[in-house]
Design a protein around this ligand. Structure first.
Ligand code: TNX
Length: 746
């Protein structure tokens, strides 16, 4: 039966407008039309699925999907051969991967064109469901939904090498993916810090390569480095790999394995150093970054890797095999007699062409096995291999270049798709690699670059969010980083017409955040001061925060927006805080998200909320806002990207203006000293309260204190740094940076 025959009656009966903005389903479907002027409902106590016309493989999956959405599926769900409330209809000839749901007061009909689209329809149906926990009734709005995806590659990537996640955890992740109609799981199985897949013909890959003796603590650019010396690692047996692949395919998710080469290979080379250029054995590193030791291009290494792929390929039914290809220093190849001989033999111009040769050998092998090679955009360098698909991560340029050459591409630019970047600016955000990619930024993502013609754009398969896990040690943190940003991404990848960000945000908060336990995020709270009461400003609405006082043990949960009695008052995104009667020296505010809890310490001092005028402008990338220097919060040490103001000059001038003339005994300044990042302490401070007479002080540590004993309203500060980075330090000879945090007036 064709889709119009099945739905014809419906289409005629419907007013032709869609109310997608009010649709509880995410990603938002193509159309959502409520029947009736005011919402009407189908109410039931039992969800009976008529399985007669259901694809056989979905019968056992429906109860599993139900568990993701229903309060008590065992009580309310039945599968019945006939006369069920929910009926299915297979369609042929309709738009591939499309489905529709129609709900009347008597029945629910799902029409689908493929098993995958039927699976998506069932998720959508559950997202339409409203449950009354008290009387255990279930209701659905009377509506009509028509839906199909915009892109065929809707991916999420997880790096299990830097940190390891168990099979059970990955299954939970796949469940979350399936709820938002993701269909590609890119499994980053190998990297410098760990080899995670059993290869029977090379057992040392997991005996040695899956384990490291230490892991760097804090940010890897923080010096002096300290190490966690726990023996760390793990790997998946081939049986476990199959288990994950089967679990994913029951959820219509294709698994794309990645075996990194020729770079990011230190774990493999720790096990088999003979396949490097030098043959020297190194350990499996516990440090992040890019390493010079990579796979050699000699024939024996190519054979080794092809043998590995020969074992990997049969474990994965999908067409794509990812070979990495990113971040390959050419240092070793440059001095390696075998690589140089290979270049001569093949008349290659440079090491980029050698890399291209290397990838082409893999492409030839993978193609001979009937699969498709995919790699990071560096595989474009030195010439793209004939059958390669490009995954564009350093911006969208790689994807554009690939499409222009008639190659397929998947867009995953760091700017929008790197979920290892910070999502909020609070110091309580868990340590991340850097960057700032809040939900709204992800929402803006469009995989189609403007530079491509309509014809070329056909080569853009879709997009993907990446979870690199250098700074993501636990599964809770993984879901915290992934969700809800992945839901914003699912909008970009699925929706033909994305609704506005604000309507997405509303649906997300009211319908989805409460459901996806664990990933409740964004606790960005920054202090700003409105005379005479301080106020907190929350970046987004719909967040619950728990605050507690350290000394009184009082605790209060505040949701935005919501009015609270007592000392808290929240309006819209702003939380006003009425100063308690007795003056507190320090208050501790706890705020929780489900995976991370942390505290924020507010130091009360005379300069809180003062006006700061920068005569020397801060560098725009390192400016956390006007109040950073006077918000009562110290910047995190080691530096985490926020709560600091950074200057790329060695003389900084600024003026601090208080609300009224105030007696000041002393002033404390805060500076950062991280020579590895070119950040150095300044040398001296010139300070004036009348702009005539300047007091001069020397800076000896990161929190210098200067005695003042004066009454002042305006304070001029000139901060004078060293003219150039001293010999022996990274960046020697360059102008150092100056980073400042709280200025405390006592
Ligand atoms: C770059 S993206 C890498 C990874 C890191 C990531 C951190 C890519 C192909 N390579 O090795 O984990 O940055 O964001």
């Amino acid at each position: 039966m064709r889709i119009l025959e099945f739905l014809g009656v419906w289409l005629l009966a419907l007013p032709f407008f869609s109310q997608v903005a009010d649709c509880p389903i995410l990603p938002t479907p193509v159309t959502y039309t409520l029947l009736g002027r005011t919402p009407e409902y189908l109410t039931t106590r039992e969800l009976s699925f008529e399985v007669g016309n259901l694809p056989q493989e979905l019968v056992s999956v429906i109860p599993q999907i139900a568990r993701l959405y229903m309060l008590s599926p065992d009580k309310h769900l039945t599968l019945t051969p006939q006369a069920g409330l929910i009926r299915f209809q297979a369609l042929t000839g309709a738009y591939p991967e499309s489905y529709s749901i129609s709900i009347t007061s008597a029945e629910i009909r799902i029409a689908y064109t493929s098993t995958a689209s039927c699976f998506h329809a069932v998720h959508s149906l559950f997202q339409l469901m409203q449950q009354e926990p008290l009387d255990s009734s279930i209701r659905f709005p009377l509506c009509f939904v028509k839906d199909f995806p915009k892109f065929q590659w809707r991916g999420l990537h997880v790096d299990v090498a830097r940190h390891f996640f168990t099979v059970e955890e990955l299954k939970k992740f796949l469940d979350l993916m399936s709820m938002y109609k993701f269909n590609m799981f890119h499994w980053h199985l190998t990297d410098d810090q760990g080899w995670r897949i059993e290869i029977k013909s090379y057992p040392k890959l997991t005996e040695i390569g899956a384990w490291r003796d230490s892991t760097v603590q804090h940010h890897y650019s923080t010096y002096p480095r300290t190490w966690d010396t726990t023996h760390y690692g793990g790997f998946y047996t081939q049986a476990q790999i199959k288990e994950v692949v089967d679990y994913a395919s029951a959820r219509h998710i294709m698994v794309v394995p990645e075996i990194e080469m020729p770079g990011h290979a230190r774990a493999a080379l720790a096990a088999y150093p003979e396949f490097s250029c030098t043959g020297i054995a190194h350990n499996v590193p516990g440090l992040w970054g890019v390493f010079d030791d990579v796979f050699c291009t000699k024939d024996s290494t190519l054979l080794f890797l092809q043998n590995i792929l020969g074992e990997v390929i049969p474990l994965f039914p999908g067409p794509y095999i990812h070979i990495g290809g990113d971040e390959v220093p050419k240092t070793r190849w440059h001095t390696c007699p075998q690589c140089q001989a290979k270049m001569k033999e093949l008349q290659l111009q440079d090491e980029h062409e050698l890399q291209s040769y290397f990838i082409r050998q893999m492409d030839r092998y993978i193609s001979s096995m009937g699969r498709k090679l995919i790699g990071w955009d560096e595989i474009l360098e030195g010439g793209l291999s004939p059958n390669a698909t490009v995954m564009s991560w350093r911006g969208t340029e790689g994807g554009i270049a690939a499409a222009k050459q008639g190659h397929y591409a998947v867009m995953t630019p760091g700017s929008h798709c790197y979920f290892d970047h910070y999502q909020g600016k609070s110091a309580s955000e868990p340590l991340a690699i850097g960057g700032y990619t809040p939900l709204e930024k992800v929402y803006e993502f469009d995989p189609f670059p403007k530079e491509l013609s309509a014809q070329e754009a056909n080569y853009i398969l879709g997009g993907q969010g990446n979870l690199w896990t250098e700074y993501i040690p636990t599964f809770d943190q993984l879901t915290y980083m992934a969700f809800p940003r992945a839901i914003a991404l699912s909008q970009a990848l699925w929706c033909t017409h994305k609704p506005s960000y604000s309507s997405f945000e509303k649906t997300l908060k009211t319908q989805h955040i409460p459901r996806i336990t664990g990933p409740l995020v964004d606790t960005y709270v920054s202090l700003s001061f409105m005379k005479p009461t301080p106020l907190f400003e929350c970046e987004r609405e719909g967040i619950s925060l728990q605050f507690s006082f350290k000394d009184t043990n009082e605790s209060v949960v505040v949701s935005f927006p919501q009015r609270e009695e007592g000392i808290w008052l929240s309006q819209g995104k702003k939380l006003y805080f009425r100063r308690p009667q007795k003056k507190l020296q320090q208050q501790k505010f706890m705020y929780f998200s489900t995976c991370c809890s942390d505290s924020m310490t507010i130091i009360e001092h005379q300069g809180l909320g003062a006006k700061v005028s920068y005569i020397t402008p801060p560098n725009s990338r390192y400016n956390s806002g006007d109040l950073t220097l006077v918000d009562g919060q110290f910047g995190a040490r080691p530096w985490r990207g926020f709560q600091w103001v950074g200057f790329d000059t060695n003389v900084v001038e600024l003026v601090l203006e208080l609300h009224k003339p105030t007696k000041i005994r002393a002033i404390d300044l805060g500076f950062l000293h991280e020579p590895s990042s070119w950040i150095h302490l300044p040398k001296k401070i010139m300070l004036s309260t009348d702009q005539k007479k300047y007091h001069e002080f020397t800076v000896n540590d990161q929190r210098p204190t200067f005695k003042l004993r004066t009454k002042a309203q305006k304070i001029h500060l000139k901060i004078i740094g060293i003219p150039a980075i001293t010999k022996g330090f990274p960046g020697a000879g360059n102008t150092p940076w100056i980073f400042m945090d709280e200025i405390i007036l006592r």
